[in-house]
Design a protein around this ligand. Structure first.
Ligand code: PMP
Length: 451
């Protein structure tokens, strides 16, 4: 297959006008639109075509949503089939054959023996809605309030929604250190750093004077995405499972970004063999359309009817697109493919990094890759500490990527991690093109650095 799929040419006249009107009319909270001044008009697979007629390789993939890339034929067929069947498009949370098929396919994929005793709750359509639902569920089930969470975590933007609603309970969370190698809070990284992170968690849970009330749950990302692409060590995740089980704390895995093959396993918790009590799912499960659910152990199903309602919980097109996506990833072994190709891309990126002292770290799991940029001459807290993060360099790399027709994302605590989240369907040839463009972008930024 060609590096950029053949997409018919688009007229160029709309580009400037659309961008101008967007910046005049849309909120100052615009995000991607600021760093990616493109006007997508057509897309297929890895490729987006802008109204300016340019083609881009899209390694942002709707912030990790597009497991099969843009407009995959099985997704389009699934959507067309629903449209042509005259099935109702809006059904609240009623049962439909489309939903039935989605739940069947979803349950088929669940880790361990979760499916045999699982319940699914369809939430509002965004990942953050499912996070809210999960927090509410464990608070209701345990009668406790505090949720254990981790430094660098990202779970969505609606954390305040409950706090400003009638009948709100105060949002309370206690933060534990998430293990990370490069900027390990204990200064050692690796298994030893992860062990210390586990010990700290254990001591918080067992010390009656830790100041942390008995928790309602623990929520974690098996690989932190927005936090800067930090894969949790499997041993640490297993320890979190043991600790939460020992202390009767529901473990919530937020797989909004890591799910559906992205990290090289269908669900990222499978790397460690951990089966959580609650899984928070969105992004890829809707096959590019909005869909979010929580899947949880039936013992937690203590909700009264209507305890978590919402108008938009029955998106039939998203369920059909999601069923097609889940089935395609399963049938085509795309998790395995993400593991293999991701490992190769990681190797290439690490080899590239050797030439540049301002590439501090390259890490990832599967097709969730991150390159952390630093200022090697910047002041360090101590000689062995990593150099300070370099967000301006990361922004420059993103800009140079875009100039070369490559769309990448920034993340991390300091927005200094360049992230690659290509679709799982990316070919070897396309992956090489991505790496070539990325290498050229690094070289261009390097040339412009002050000597
Ligand atoms: N959880 C994780 C791990 C995420 O990465 C995100 C979004 N990037 C969310 C939750 C929130 O999802 P949404 O943006 O759909 O609300």
């Amino acid at each position: 297959m060609a590096v950029t799929e053949s997409v018919p040419a688009a007229p160029t006249t709309t580009h400037e006008g659309v961008l101008r009107r967007q910046s005049a009319r849309e909120s100052a909270a615009r995000t991607y639109a600021r760093s990616l001044p493109i006007v997508p008009v057509r897309a297929r697979g890895l490729t987006i075509e802008g109204a300016d007629g340019r083609r881009y390789l899209d390694c942002l993939s709707g912030a990790g949503t597009l497991a099969l890339g843009h407009n995959h034929p099985v997704v389009l067929d699934a959507i067309r089939t629903v449209l042509d069947s005259e099935a109702p498009l809006h059904v609240l949370d009623l049962a439909t054959p489309v939903k039935d098929a989605f739940v069947t396919e979803l349950f088929r994929s669940l880790p361990g023996d979760l499916a045999s005793r699982a319940r699914v709750q369809f939430c509002g359509p965004a990942g953050t809605d499912a996070v809210e639902a999960a927090l509410k569920l464990v608070r209701r089930a345990t009668g406790r309030q505090t949720v254990l969470t981790f430094t660098g975590a990202y779970h969505g933007m609606s954390a305040g929604a409950l706090d400003v609603s009638g009948g709100a309970t105060e949002m309370r969370a206690a933060r534990l250190p998430y293990p990370q190698d490069y900027r390990c809070p204990f200064g050692i990284g690796g298994e030893s750093g992860a062990t210390l992170a586990s010990r700290l968690a254990e001591s918080y849970l067992t010390d009656p004077k830790s100041g942390i009330p008995d928790p309602a749950g623990m929520i974690l990302e098996p690989v932190q995405g927005e936090g800067g692409v930090h894969p949790a060590p499997d041993s640490w995740l297993r320890r979190m499972r043991e600790l939460t089980r020992e202390h009767g704390i529901p473990l919530i895995a937020d797989e909004v970004q890591t799910g559906v093959g992205r990290t090289g396993a269908f669900w990222a918790v499978e790397h460690s063999g951990v089966v959580p009590d609650v899984m928070v799912l969105s992004k890829a499960i809707g096959g590019s359309l909005p869909l979010a659910v929580i899947v949880y152990h039936e013992d937690l199903d203590v909700w009264e009817p209507g305890a978590h309602a919402g108008t938009f919980r029955g998106n039939q097109l998203a369920m059909a697109a999601g069923t097609a996506t889940l089935a395609y990833v399963r049938e085509h072994g795309l998790a395995r493919r993400a593991a293999d190709l991701g490992a190769r891309m990681l190797g290439h990126l690490r080899a590239l990094a050797v030439a540049y002292p301002w590439v501090g770290d390259v890490r990832g799991r599967g097709l969730m890759l991150g390159v952390e940029l630093v200022d090697p001459d910047g002041a360090r807290s101590e000689p062995s500490a990593p150099p300070p993060a370099a967000p301006l360099r990361a922004a420059a790399v993103r800009r140079e990527c875009l100039r070369r027709g490559l769309i990448v994302e920034l993340g991390g605590r300091h927005s200094a991690v360049v992230r690659l989240l290509p679709p799982l369907t990316i070919t070897d040839e396309q992956a090489s093109a991505v790496l070539d463009r990325f290498a050229e972008a690094l070289a261009a930024v390097h040339r412009d650095l002050p000597v």
